[in-house]
Design a binder for this molecule. Sequence first.
Ligand SMILES: *[C@@H]1O[C@H](CO)[C@@H](O)[C@H](O)[C@H]1NC(C)=O
Ligand SMILES: *[C@@H]1O[C@H](CO)[C@@H](O)[C@H](O)[C@H]1NC(C)=O
Ligand SMILES: *[C@@H]1O[C@H](CO)[C@@H](O)[C@H](O)[C@H]1NC(C)=O
Ligand SMILES: *[C@@H]1O[C@H](CO)[C@@H](O)[C@H](O)[C@H]1NC(C)=O
Ligand SMILES: *[C@@H]1O[C@H](CO)[C@@H](O)[C@H](O)[C@H]1NC(C)=O
Length: 384
Amino acid sequence: MSPLICILSSPEVLDFSYNNFNGKLHPCLGNFSSLSVLLLQTNNFHGNIPKAWAMGSSLKMIDLSENQFQGQLPRSMANCMMLEYLHVGNNPINDTFPFWLGTLSQLKVLVLLSNGFHGGIKSHKTNYAFPKLHIIDLSRNKSSGKLPAEYFQHWNAMKVVGANDQLIYMELPFAGDEWVYFVQYSTVTMTNKGIRLEYEKIQDVFMVIDFSSNRFEGEIPEVVVSLKGLHLLNLSNNALNGHIPSSLGNLTRIESMDLFQNKLFREIPPQLTQLFFVASFNVSNNRLTGPIPHGSQFDTFENSLFGGNSGLCGSSLSKKCRDFKYPQTPPSPLEENESSESPFEFGWKVVVIGYACGFVIGAIIGQIVIARKYDWFVKIFGKM
Ligand SMILES: *[C@@H]1O[C@H](CO)[C@@H](O)[C@H](O)[C@H]1NC(C)=O
Ligand SMILES: *[C@@H]1O[C@H](CO)[C@@H](O)[C@H](O)[C@H]1NC(C)=O
Ligand SMILES: *[C@@H]1O[C@H](CO)[C@@H](O)[C@H](O)[C@H]1NC(C)=O
Ligand SMILES: *[C@@H]1O[C@H](CO)[C@@H](O)[C@H](O)[C@H]1NC(C)=O
Ligand SMILES: *[C@@H]1O[C@H](CO)[C@@H](O)[C@H](O)[C@H]1NC(C)=O
């Protein structure tokens, strides 16, 4: 990257996306206090991400996806206090989970997919709580250990059930008159009955946890149920064991739940038939037993979505159920813990207010497709 870029006096948007640029980034990129949008996705940049991200940065949106960035995410990115959207997917980044980004009080979208994020996910302190997080995609990494139950308790934005009949779309943090932007969310895979949907615009209330294709083990924590606004939960391709918590039936906004290829056992809780919006559900390749629940959406699911569980039975399966009785399940110790504990009540109220403001201020999302293509390969807003 040419050092000439550093002489720009106060760029607001730097967009190099969808080109064939290669080479390393110039370290001064992290130094522009005026910059609010940095789009470098889908190029061949390599080397480390610049180390120094200045305090007082105005960056709201950083997209470094689909490049060859290696090394770690620089810790100074936590200086970008205004950051709402960070996408570093599809790079060979080798790092542990960036819990330190949890201090960013505006961060809504964190996409880390397909990198080398490894090790366990622990929330260290409550000040690393990701309070505004709507979408987290950690799929196709090497993360391991238990699912982060403490995080699920802190992710306050996901506890809010959005108004479904009122479509509010995220907006870009800038609006140039002559530039027409379409916002597209295509990197977090959202499939609906096996068909991949590409959202032209994404609802501000859309909430996603995608931890698929990692090495997570242990149980699905009951606390997931506190994330009532969740639309998509993908835990497929891990080594989760234990049973499917019946409380998942309370995640009534879920449209897609993928638990494919784990080691889950016991029966599918009949409470899951309360998931009225679920269009995509996949529990195949586990060790589930007992009957497939009846009613609502479950009557529309194909048998193959339950395949690879030799202990499941049902009227439509070759294995019929005979006098099956659901065993009484004592509440797990974890569950009891949670009901007694509510240290976040205060924080939760604050966040609800913050969330309402968020509607007004608008947020950013997505992969930007520039409708009007110019010959310029560098598109720069602001004074030169
Ligand atoms: C970033 O800004 C600081 C202070 O304004 C300056 O000392 C430093 O050299 C700059 N770094 C780059 C890489 O431009
Ligand atoms: C990732 O980094 C660690 C050290 O920080 C190193 O031991 C490991 O080999 C690296 N992994 C890959 C795949 O490069
Ligand atoms: C879940 O993630 C895997 C990749 O890790 C993907 O193949 C699958 O389609 C996703 N499921 C849904 C329902 O989006
Ligand atoms: C799930 O919802 C039912 C009824 O709405 C409620 O009685 C139960 O306490 C809820 N369970 C959890 C774990 O939130
Ligand atoms: C279940 O999900 C997995 C991965 O997400 C996919 O490979 C498989 O085809 C799905 N099963 C069905 C029946 O759709």
